[in-house]
Ligand binder design. Structure first.
Ligand SMILES: Cc1cc2nc3c(=O)[nH]c(=O)nc-3n(C[C@H](O)[C@H](O)[C@H](O)COP(=O)(O)OP(=O)(O)OC[C@H]3O[C@@H](n4cnc5c(N)ncnc54)[C@H](O)[C@@H]3O)c2cc1C
Length: 480
């Protein structure tokens, strides 16, 4: 697909004293101290102080080529926003982010900026990059606190779009179509809307009132959200196709991968999502079946090596576990998650057991979890992901004591979706097959995007899919 930034003429950028800006000191917002933060579920990183934010924005050298903007999957015009911010127009800066993103509050907090915008920041070649993510969070939160987020109602077109799932991809589709006057109705299986923004990402990375505010925006635009409604169970596909002119499927990738080892069915072995939602959310946000309290495990072992596993170990510390260990079959160098998250986990007292793979859950006489039997691994040649393959070391078994084990080794798309819509073409990993430009599936008027098409990915890539799908749905509706 052509790059929308490449297509445009290069914008005029203000002329600034680059040398002075490159020499200016960098700034980062303050954080809660590790000892304090493991005693609460509040966000770890504080918002920038306004004056400091202006100084940090003024480190941007206003490159006309803006590699940061190109590297951003939704192509936020970062230099333009930061020029406004450094010139005291916080509202204008927030609106620049909102031109291309429905979720700047979330992306600022959650994107892996080190491999997206900040990873391409020219200032970062010789110094710390401009703190793009933290500044995006700052301006969008400043706007929330000080001025209404603009929403202009438009005349209804009479066209209706059904949206399955309420994660970032669906949010983008709903907002963009509602702003064009189409009626958007979201169907969400969980009791509350937000997808992984609510049911997965811990509150210490993203506070849930930020998610509530987003849904209030959508409500103000006339978007209807039907929670506790699983398509395929509470409403069937035929009802959707009869009620709507077009459908967007944004069901995410929410099925936790299993370890496939003996003892895994024990009650104290939990999937990452089950553990995260029961630790981070109030009972009222959970379905009845998940309301049983987790108790107070003293020793928790988490298996995995990505950001979700960091969310789990850090949640375990906040739950009060004294001894929290991460088991990962490769070394830190092969870990794919954010460095910042690992640093936070380290600071919070998590132990890392690298080059170890689980063999069996150890159970007591009453079937309770007593520990995890592991085996040492060594790194062999690279596999098809380019990372060195872990290989078992003979006679290297060892046991880690544990009262609870959390499995955070990846997510896949719900296999059962094939039973809900048997005619929808999916690949061998159960991902929905959609046209890369329009995100149209093989079914007329049915579009899909986000993790259910890409596999487990990012908030911002789901948003980008939502943008392309909304454009294609809008074009499709115009033909009806
Ligand atoms: C624990 C965790 C931490 C993460 N941390 C980060 C992070 O820090 N940064 C980042 O960028 N990304 C992160 N991600 C990934 C990111 O959250 C996802 O890529 C993103 O949410 C995908 O958006 P989506 O719209 O495709 O689907 P989702 O957010 O998965 O939403 C899908 C929704 O569809 C609903 N649904 C499913 N089936 C049905 C049905 N049949 N009927 C009705 N509703 C249905 C689900 O209940 C869910 O609410 C994380 C993921 C997890 C699991």
């Amino acid at each position: 697909m052509p790059d929308p930034v490449e297509k445009q003429a290069k914008p005029e950028r203000p002329v600034v004293d680059r040398k002075a800006r490159l020499a200016a000191p960098s700034h980062r917002p303050t954080k809660q101290k590790p000892d304090a933060r493991i005693g609460n579920w509040d966000e770890v990183t504080n918002l920038f102080d306004p004056g400091i934010a202006m100084q940090e924005a003024a480190r941007c050298i206003q490159c006309p080529a803006a590699p940061c903007q190109k590297a951003c999957p939704v192509h936020n015009d970062i230099p333009r926003a930061f020029w406004m911010l450094e010139n005291n127009d916080f509202n204008g800066a927030a609106n620049v982010f909102r031109e291309t993103s429905e979720l700047p509050e979330m992306c600022g907090r959650l994107c892996p900026q080190e491999r997206l915008c900040e990873g391409h920041c020219v200032v970062g070649k010789n110094a710390l990059p401009v703190a793009i993510g933290k500044l995006e969070t700052f301006v969008s939160e400043w706007q929330r606190a000080n001025s209404p987020v603009p929403a202009t109602p438009v005349a209804p077109t009479g066209k209706r779009v059904g949206i399955v799932g309420s994660g970032p991809a669906s949010i983008a589709v709903a907002e963009r179509l509602a702003k064009q006057g189409h009626a958007a109705v979201i169907f969400e299986a969980w009791p509350t809307a937000g997808g992984v923004l609510r049911y997965g990402i811990p509150t210490f990375k993203l506070n849930k009132p930020a998610v509530d505010r987003k849904f209030r925006d959508l409500e103000a635009l006339g978007v209807e959200v039907r929670t506790n409604t699983r398509v395929g169970e509470d409403v069937d596909w035929a009802q959707l196709t009869a009620e709507f002119d077009a459908i967007f499927v944004g069901i995410g990738a929410q099925t936790g991968t299993r370890l496939g080892i003996p003892g895994e069915d024990a009650a104290q072995v939990l999937t990452a999502t089950n553990f995260l939602v029961r630790t981070n959310l109030p009972e009222s946000d959970l379905p009845e079946s998940m309301r049983e309290p987790l108790g107070s495990p003293r020793r928790v072992v988490v298996v995995g090596g990505g950001d979700t596993s960091m969310d789990c170990v850090r949640s375990a510390r906040r739950l009060g576990a004294e001894d929290v260990t991460l088991v990962y079959r490769r070394t830190e160098a092969e870990m794919q998650g954010r460095v910042e998250e690992r640093m936070h986990a380290n600071e919070e007292g998590v132990q890392f057991e690298y080059l170890a793979a689980p063999l069996a859950v150890l159970l007591g006489d009453a079937g309770e979890v007593r520990g995890l039997r592991c085996q040492r691994m060594a790194l062999g040649p690279a596999d098809d992901t380019g990372r060195r393959r872990p290989e078992p070391v003979p006679d290297s078994e060892f046991d880690l004591p544990a009262d609870m084990i959390v499995v955070a080794i990846g997510y896949g798309v719900d296999e059962d979706w094939g039973e809900v819509v048997p005619d929808m073409v999916r690949d061998r990993w159960a991902r929905i097959v959609a046209d890369p430009d329009t995100l149209q599936t093989n079914l007329p008027g049915v579009f899909a995007g986000g993790d259910d098409v890409n596999g487990a990915d990012l908030v911002v890539t789901a948003l980008a899919d939502g943008h392309r799908a909304a454009e294609a749905i809008s074009a499709y509706l115009a033909t009806k």
